[in-house]
Design a protein around this ligand. Structure first.
Ligand SMILES: Nc1ncnc2c1ncn2[C@@H]1O[C@H](COP(=O)(O)OP(=O)(O)OP(=O)(O)O)[C@@H](O)[C@H]1O
Ligand SMILES: [Mg+2]
Length: 306
């Protein structure tokens, strides 16, 4: 059995430190390259694995060097990789160019991420997963992956698998009509405040109530420096964040999700889940990188949050 299985894009971020970001017809030089495995759902699953949860992942890589880096990295982090599909084509990656002044230019290649067909997914995963965590696919090369997530939600409903869903801006921009069936089958919806208000065209408190009335069980809204707001329709709680020195908020939302889902799987109260989410995010934002600072099981125990 797996406590949590991620289902989303797998990307290898390649950070190129360059002398300059070239314009048309110009040339620049690469000083250093850093490789960082990423993808929102993948980040959250790594966070859960570090906290001692049994984890796996539904996703697709190309049969290439980047794909092997992504899979090897999951293994090192204790994430099962038996449900990852290796297909023909390129693995998803983002090329991030950073010059000496810190200016950035980014090129994203969704690669085979967008091509997952539902029938490529080994159905055994639906016998083994307690919870499936969904995040967005870019859908530049087709919407098969989005459609397969919708089908996964239907199966999860039949089998009593919990669905947690962080739509990110990419899915929010698809609009409520397209997300409606997924939201109805969602156990925990995990947007940030801006995304939620954009999706529902109302303030986050009313929007959360509306989502609960649509069938979603819990809405946990990430509120940046204000912490989080969580409701299940009966209780509504705002949980203050931890006061820390913020260095880099990349991946803060993914780290929050890991903490919140951990609390949920342990059967904790809404307020406690929100507090653990805030805590895991607070550790992440004190370091540079989407997966930096995520606490191990022992560090978490030592912090006395539980
Ligand atoms: N300045 C801050 N101080 C303390 N905690 C913070 C701060 N900013 C963010 N956090 C924590 O990180 C969580 C997630 O941040 P945020 O609300 O920015 O999510 P997000 O917009 O989904 O992030 P992401 O850009 O990673 O998708 C917050 O709920 C909070 O717990
Ligand atoms: Mg987010």
């Amino acid at each position: 059995m797996f406590d949590a299985v991620g289902f989303g894009a797998l990307n290898l971020d390649k950070i190129f430190m360059v002398d300059k970001i070239p314009k048309k017809d110009e040339e620049g030089f690469v000083r250093k390259i850093e490789l960082h495995p990423g993808g929102s759902s993948a980040n959250t699953i790594v966070g859960l694995s570090k906290l001692g949860m049994r984890t796996s992942f539904i996703g697709k890589t190309g049969n290439d060097g980047d794909g092997r880096v992504l899979i090897e990295d999951f293994r090192r982090q204790g994430v099962d990789t038996s449900f990852i599909i290796m297909g023909d084509g390129r693995s998803g990656n983002a090329m991030i160019f950073v010059d000496d002044e810190g200016n950035r230019a980014i090129l994203v290649d969704p690669g085979v991420n967008d091509t997952i067909e539902f029938n490529e997914i080994n159905p055994e995963v639906f016998e083994k997963a307690k919870l499936i965590h969904l995040t967005s696919f870019i859908c530049k090369n087709g919407i098969q992956s989005f459609e397969s997530q919708k089908m996964a939600v239907e199966i999860a409903k039949e089998k009593g698998i919990y669905i947690t869903f962080d739509p990110g801006l990419i899915y929010i921009e698809r609009g409520l009509k397209e997300l409606e069936t997924m939201i109805r089958g969602t156990t925990i919806f995990l947007p940030n405040r801006k995304e939620l208000e954009l999706l529902m065209n109302m303030d986050y408190v009313d929007a959360s109530r509306e989502l609960i009335s649509m069938g979603c069980k819990i809405v946990a809204v990430k509120m940046g420096a204000e912490g989080c707001y969580v409701t299940n329709g009966k209780e509504e709680v705002t949980v203050k964040p931890f006061t820390v020195e913020v260095v880099d908020t990349t991946g803060a939302g993914d780290a929050f999700n890991a903490g919140f889902i951990y609390g949920f799987l342990k059967g904790y109260s809404l307020g406690k889940c929100g507090r653990i989410g805030n805590f895991v995010a607070s550790r992440n934002i004190q370091k540079v990188g989407a997966r930096a600072g995520l606490p191990s099981k022992d560090e978490f125990a030592d912090a006395g949050i539980e």
